[in-house]
Ligand binder design. Structure first.
Ligand SMILES: Cc1cc2nc3c(=O)[nH]c(=O)nc-3n(C[C@H](O)[C@H](O)[C@H](O)COP(=O)(O)OP(=O)(O)OC[C@H]3O[C@@H](n4cnc5c(N)ncnc54)[C@H](O)[C@@H]3O)c2cc1C
Length: 418
């Protein structure tokens, strides 16, 4: 075959050089296939570079079951993918490419170097060795079935492919190249796209005092999303006050209950700012302090457990002057203060949307994809992996693990003959 001919037809074309696309291309090329990896951006793996605050939280220190469970009931879809590339095998993959990893207290796995660039360079090295061809600045505009497989139309040419792996990601952080192109491409083959919503996204609230506390982090807060008195989601973890509302892992993790709600502005967040202390114990503590150190100001009583500025805000929300002496705390006032600490309600307005969502919830429905091979049940020869699928997990490396594993399995299956 001449060069021009060879460049016109490939065994496997992978669309999108992100986490899943790299793995799919590497796996298929290592199985001996001629592989073309097409990327829209000038640079590959942009999201990998910005992930985990540019440190890249590669995966989570758990076993395959831990990953499956983190995704809830849809997590079952990941069994075969994790059997193909487990959490341990993923870590070995990166360690094998010279990226030493470490586990942090939260269970998150990062490169020891704290550099996402090291993760991307490892993928690029392995891709190069695999023999796959990477083409940059070449967005795929169209995909159609042909007798030999597929015609892939890019911004500059049409290439043929026996098999195609769709790894275009979601539609959040569109500045990264992820503008949801894959959903439209999959729809052409009759795939159903489950409604797309931003997930792992900061939540906006109206209370003006929240913005005044911007920059303050509280390491252990319990957050519930409330629809009147019905809790829709509950998580515990670190919370960050921001000028628009709330962020931090605990808020990102409950955000899909807000973005997926028909009327987010009807919801409230209920914060328990001291989840390790029972309501009765907090009340008893305040009562004991009133006796033991009655001259102390109220804000000082709470200050060892919570930042001073937040204590002052809580007092004002409870209708108590910050310089009030503890001894002067009447019973109903104490109850109001305890309620503000343990059940602080904040009316929600919405989220920061796709622009600031770490992942997209919704996507190509899982029923239409064979989880054992990731082959489309609508278009034989088409495989789907990564965030384009209707799968989204919590903060902590779960989303990358799903992308690495599904990409790996899709690459292996697409490389199979027959
Ligand atoms: C700010 C931020 C931080 C994050 N941090 C973490 C973290 O620390 N840990 C974690 O587990 N997850 C994290 N995530 C989520 C994680 O990045 C995604 O789950 C993961 O990247 C999904 O992998 P993917 O391969 O499916 O898609 P992506 O990695 O998004 O890759 C898709 C690729 O396809 C390309 N593409 C799109 N359309 C076309 C087209 N038409 N033609 C050609 N190419 C196309 C895109 O340019 C992109 O390069 C973070 C996300 C964000 C936004």
């Amino acid at each position: 075959m001449g060069d021009a001919m060879a460049d016109a037809f490939w065994d496997v074309v992978v669309i999108g050089a992100g986490a899943a696309g790299f793995m799919a291309a590497i796996r298929a090329a290592e199985a001996g296939r001629r592989v073309l990896l097409l990327e829209k951006n000038r640079k590959p793996g942009v999201k990998i570079l910005m992930s985990g605050g540019t440190r890249c939280n590669i995966t989570h220190a758990t076993d395959n079951r831990g990953i499956v469970e983190a995704f809830g009931p849809p997590g079952r879809f990941l069994h075969s993918a994790l059997a193909a590339l487990s959490v341990d095998a993923t870590i070995d993959f990166f360690e094998g490419e010279g990226v030493a990893t470490k586990v942090e207290e939260t269970g998150k796995v990062f490169p020891v170097s704290n550099k996402a660039l090291d993760v991307l360079e490892a993928l690029l090295r392995r891709l190069r060795r695999s023999g796959a061809t990477l083409a940059l600045q070449e967005p795929v505009r169209d995909l159609a079935a042909t007798e030999a497989g597929f015609a892939v139309t890019t911004s500059s040419r049409v290439v043929g492919a026996r098999r195609v792996v769709l790894t275009t990601g979601g539609q959040s952080y569109p500045g990264c190249g992820t503008t949801g192109d894959g959903y439209a491409l999959a729809s052409r083959f009759g795939h159903t796209v489950v409604t797309l919503r931003p997930a792992l996204v900061p939540v906006t609230v109206t209370a003006p005092w929240v913005g005044e506390l911007r920059g303050i982090t509280i390491p252990d807060v319990s957050v519930r999303v409330m629809e009147k008195d019905r809790p829709l989601a509950l998580r515990r973890g670190s919370l960050l006050f921001a000028h628009f509302g709330l962020s931090g892992p605990v808020v990102l993790d409950i955000s899909r209950a807000v973005s997926g709600h028909a009327d987010p502005s009807s919801l409230e967040l209920e914060l328990d700012l001291l989840p390790a202390v029972k309501e009765l114990d907090l009340d008893a503590h305040l009562r004991a302090e009133a006796v033991a150190s009655g001259k102390k100001q109220l804000a000082a009583i709470l200050a060892p457990q919570l930042p001073r500025r937040l204590c002052e805000t809580l007092l004002s929300l409870a209708g108590l002057p910050p310089d009030r002496k503890t001894a002067a705390l009447a019973r109903p006032e104490r109850a109001r203060l305890v309620a503000c600490v343990k059940q602080l309600r904040l009316p929600v307005t919405g989220t920061l949307g796709f622009a600031k969502a770490e992942v997209t919830a919704g996507g190509v429905t899982l029923d239409e994809v064979d989880s054992r091979t990731l082959q489309s049940r609508r278009a034989p020869g088409l495989f789907l992996a990564g965030e384009v699928l209707d799968l989204d997990g919590p903060i902590g490396g779960y989303n990358f693990q799903a992308a690495w594993s599904t990409g790996w399995l899709a690459g292996a299956a697409a490389a199979r003959t027959g």
